[in-house]
Design a protein around this ligand. Structure first.
Ligand SMILES: *Cc1c(COP(=O)(O)O)cnc(C)c1O
Length: 505
């Protein structure tokens, strides 16, 4: 670690006796500790850093500069849809009227928040072409688990109990098989063709062999290579024919937004990653929201609580009137019960709702097409230098298989590290697993042509460096506070304690 660049730890800046606060002169120390029983009091003072205020402010401001987010620069992390989160989202999500609510508050005291919640359920249903949504799950993976539980509950309700298998294409995101396993279902892998799409003949063979045991199939469309599955209608029909349900992993919904709907493709259950498709900064573990939608006939299997709209006929003084309001159904006759604490991540829902409303029904139709245009532009500009294993049109993201010219030994990892030197967040690397040197770029619809052109220039430049000065790329990054870390050691033997890391530095 380069300490001169990175700054010191706050403990290293400490000077004994230095203070960043002043207390009133009549402050009585004895008084403040008098009520604490002796046994609970410290024997010696806590080892806290002692710094003046300016040092503290500079320290944390400098640390914050070591962060990288969409607000700092281009962040083309494939499969993650790292999309700009407009300021208005934060302003509204931070309003006291929303942020100060308590989840156990009676419904009559928070009708506005319930209206937002209800309207978002409805908007998502419309965008997805499904009947009803629950907003309770807190992430995409949580939504997958919830959706699979819905599928299981559906089969159980029909006393069709032998369906314990879930079909998942080998190109799927790792959360798909993980969620199926957590749900107690057995994963059966469906092969992909050389072009990355589902091998329909293999699927047919699997359904012939084990049709009666198949609970359903999970699919991402466009798939994790950014390719739209051309046989999707045939696939959903085949699985339905065998008695299974179709699950749509909505992480790539950004590509389709405004163009087509999972419900119309024959999917029965899906999740949407609100924190991907509908803004909200994410990464580092949260915050997320993974609403789950179902087609008509599966509503009763969704978890609680739910928010419903009611209209009550009232007797007015002169004439009767209608009162419209929202009620919380905390314990509906649900097969699942609750899948999390209270209602889910309400602040993320607010941001998604604001995002949808500020685009409006007309502009939201531009999201998928623009994201797709940006990805294809990058693909066409870079395919001379970076190996494009699957040609043709992609959707919102493009996957390369490392450099075309591999003679220098420069890997995808090296390219990703060198991008950091130029001020870019690296794309997703070594995923999907279908290729050895996967480099997956997702620009989103928000980026200007100038931003994308500048990124393309840098990618060309790095490809040039790989030829003329491969060592420069192989030892990158050179301009970041921390150089290349040992990934394996960082995962196997992480040093997480302060004193130890100081001792070793
Ligand atoms: C991100 C992602 C998920 C998981 O979503 P989380 O919100 O991170 O839990 C699932 N599938 C695909 C294809 C994804 O990109």
């Amino acid at each position: 670690m380069n300490r001169t660049l990175y700054g010191n730890l706050i403990f290293e800046l400490s000077k004994k006796g230095r203070k960043g606060y002043s207390l009133p002169q009549d402050y009585d120390r004895a008084h403040t500790t008098a009520e604490l029983p002796e046994a609970l009091r410290r024997k010696e003072a806590a080892r806290l850093p002692e710094c003046d205020e300016l040092t503290v402010v500079r320290h944390y401001t400098n640390l914050s500069h070591n962060n990288f987010g969409v607000n700092d620069g281009f962040y083309p992390l494939g499969s993650c849809t790292m999309k700009y989160n407009p300021i208005i989202n934060e302003e509204i999500a931070g309003m006291k009227a929303f942020a100060g609510l308590h989840p156990l508050q009676p419904a009559v005291t928070c009708q506005g928040a319930l209206e937002v919640y209800y309207n978002l359920q409805q908007s998502l249903a419309e965008l997805a072409g499904l009947k009803e949504f629950t907003l309770n799950p807190c992430a995409g993976a949580h939504g997958e688990l919830t959706g699979l539980m819905v599928i299981r509950a559906y089969h159980e309700s029909r006393k069709d109990t032998g369906r314990t298998k879930v079909l998942i294409p080998d190109s799927a995101h790792g959360t798909n098989p993980a969620s199926a396993a957590v749900c107690g279902l057995e994963v059966v892998e469906v092969k992909s063709l050389a072009d990355g799409t589902v091998d329909v003949e293999h699927l047919r063979q699997l359904l012939n062999e084990m049709g009666g045991e198949v609970a359903g199939m999970m699919m991402t469309n466009p798939n994790t290579l950014g390719i739209f599955e051309p046989q999707v209608l045939e696939i959903t029909a085949m699985v339905h024919e065998a008695g299974g349900l179709m699950y749509y992993d909505g992480a790539n919904l950004n590509a389709l937004l405004g163009e087509c709907r999972p419900g119309d493709m024959g999917f029965d259950v899906m999740h949407i990653n609100l924190h991907k498709t509908f803004s909200t900064p994410h990464g580092g573990g949260g915050p997320g929201s993974g609403p789950v939608g179902v087609r008509e006939g599966l509503e009763q299997f969704l978890p609680t609580p739910r928010v419903n709209k009611i209209v009550v006929n009232c007797d007015g003084e002169n004439e009767p009137y209608e009162w419209e309001g929202y009620v919380i159904d905390r314990e509906a006759d649900s097969a699942l019960g609750s899948v999390g604490s209270f209602f889910g991540n309400f602040a993320v829902m607010l941001k998604a709702y604001v995002y949808i409303l500020s685009l409006g029904s007309e502009n939201i139709k531009q999201v998928g097409p623009l994201a797709t245009l940006n990805a294809n532009y990058i693909k066409e500009c870079l395919k001379g230098d970076y190996l494009l294993p699957i040609g043709g049109l992609c959707k919102h993201e493009v996957v390369f298989d490392g450099l075309v010219d591999k003679s220098s030994g420069v890997t995808t990892m090296d390219v990703a590290k060198r991008l950091l030197d130029y001020g870019y967040h690296a794309p997703t690397i070594y995923f999907p697993l279908l290729f050895h040197e996967s480099l997956m770029i997702e620009p989103t619809e928000n980026e200007s042509k100038e931003t994308i052109d500048a990124f393309i220039d840098v990618m060309h430049k790095i490809a040039g460096e790989a030829k003329t000065d491969p060592e420069l790329v192989k030892t990158a990054p050179h301009n970041t506070p921390i150089g290349r870390v040992d990934d394996v050691l960082a995962a196997k033997q992480p040093v997480t304690t302060y004193w130890k890391s100081i001792a070793e530095s």
